[in-house]
Design a protein around this ligand. Sequence first.
Ligand SMILES: Cc1ncc(COP(=O)(O)O)c(C=O)c1O
Length: 353
Amino acid sequence: MSHFLSRHASGLEPYVPGEQPLDRQYIKLNTNECPYPPAPGIARLLAGHTGREFALYPDPEAKDLRGAIARRYGLAIEEVFVGNGSDEVLAFLCMAFFDRGDPINFPDPSYGFYGVYANLFGLRARLIPLAEDFSLRVEDYLQRDGHILLANPNAPTGLALSRSKIERILKGNPHRLVVVDEAYVDFAGEDVTSLPLLRDYDNLMIVGTFSKSRSLAGLRLGYAFSRPEHIAALERIKYSFHPYNVNRLTQQAGVIAVEDDAYLSHVLEKITATRDRTALRLQELGCRVLPSSANFLFVAHPSLTGRELYQKLREKGMLVRCFEHPRTLEFVRVSIGTDEEMKAFLHVVEETL
Ligand SMILES: Cc1ncc(COP(=O)(O)O)c(C=O)c1O
């Protein structure tokens, strides 16, 4: 460790990303990426690209991309912010809406980055335990003393909260910002997204990503939807930190991805069908599988800890994710791959159990 490290930096607990191994070929079911390529127009874009324009900075306002996203979701361009992955959007919103020492409320367990950012930005993390069955109790989220951040569907559980429950949380905290991280919402059916609530609630911010359903994890593109004044607050941070945060290629590919709804539906159909089949088979094999509204399954088997199952699968060339959190030690999280990958996965699980 550098002896120049600041006290603040030495107190951080950085996020540990899922493995991206290069040593051998694995079936990669550990980071909730999409197993299918992005919209076909993106391959055409790349085939016709000279790269000449990469000599120039990208449009800092990302107007074409924000315009395309706004059209797709029925919003005004001023209601759309884009970032270098939704992780960056989440960081910008922590900087825009919290002062050091402010409380931030989020469920436990949930996406690991929330705690990491709380630490990085000096916030007081108020972890609100999920119920025994990992459901979220709305009563725990009413009249909180600080802003609220929730993933819907939640990670790593995959459980979704209904829109009416989100609405109760919005109503219960009229003077707090309620951020709903919808990274996995496309896999949850039409009724889960909080998008229709944006018109009625000025305390709602939705965060989303192109990394999951739109297969662009490697290009890094995330977004936020909210009232123009909240979006302007994010822009303030962006222009104080990284004005060119979304690169040229990502802006171009993002437009193609967001305009190809037919392809999105096709991918969603395949992944949700594979997910539901895989869940049934795992249950037949004696596993506990939480009902998933995402592109992954949260799975436990009574005879093994999550880490043991992870290790056994890894030896056989399959990567899944296990956790250190005391409430999720029994579980592994399995991203949904192609049908062939899931067949191979189930085969190895059968052998292992
Ligand atoms: C709940 C949740 N939010 C946000 C992200 C970040 O996605 P990205 O930075 O790729 O947009 C993830 C990634 O796994 C996630 O699970």
